[in-house]
Design a binder for this molecule. Structure first.
Ligand SMILES: [Zn+2]
Length: 174
């Protein structure tokens, strides 16, 4: 038997430059107590970092799930866990400043669809679907990208990439 403190997962946010962020994540096959505890810890980290969303690879776990906490934006949905998400449809367009917890201090204007419908499994194993727009849609698309090793800097052109090269260099872990 382990002491509670020994069992607790030590999570930290993985920063840009870590190869974990470029890997394609594996589907979740079973919702285990370990996974639940891990996700609970993720919500704490997300809250502490004052972020809106956090994906599993950002805390070093190569599995297809992410969490959202939009409670500070008083949206209809606040805390959500999306396991094995699948983007079913997108429409419209929005351009907005976006940040990422793996890129501290970096904010970029990113164009994304304005509406999204996403199928996923919730923490109780139920098959769910969510349709969202605006900030919520942006958060779902951003976090879902992480599961395929895609990052928000991939959306900007090479000229803009050059402009932020210095900032990226500062963030990049060696
Ligand atoms: Zn991100």
């Amino acid at each position: 038997m382990l002491k509670k403190s020994a069992k607790a997962t030590k999570q930290r946010i993985v920063l840009y430059g870590d190869s974990t962020l470029r890997k394609i994540c594996e589907p979740v096959t079973e919702i285990t107590p370990d996974l639940r505890a891990f996700i609970e810890e993720m919500f704490k980290i997300l809250k502490r970092a004052k972020g809106l969303g956090l994906s599993a690879p950002q805390v070093g776990r190569n599995q297809r799930f992410f969490i959202l906490d939009l409670s500070s934006n008083s949206l209809e949905y606040d805390q959500m866990v999306l396991i094995n998400p699948e983007i079913v449809s997108v429409s419209g367009e929005q351009c907005c400043e976006e940040g990422c917890l793996s890129f501290p201090g970096l904010y970029l204007e990113i164009t994304r669809p304005n509406k999204v419908t996403c199928r996923y499994t919730d923490l109780d194993g139920n098959k769910m679907s969510v349709s969202a727009e605006g900030l919520m849609a942006r958060a779902i698309l951003h976090e879902n990208d992480h599961l395929d090793g895609k990052l928000f800097i991939d959306y900007i052109n090479s000229a803009d990439r050059e402009l932020i090269a210095g900032k990226l260099k500062k963030i990049k872990v060696s």
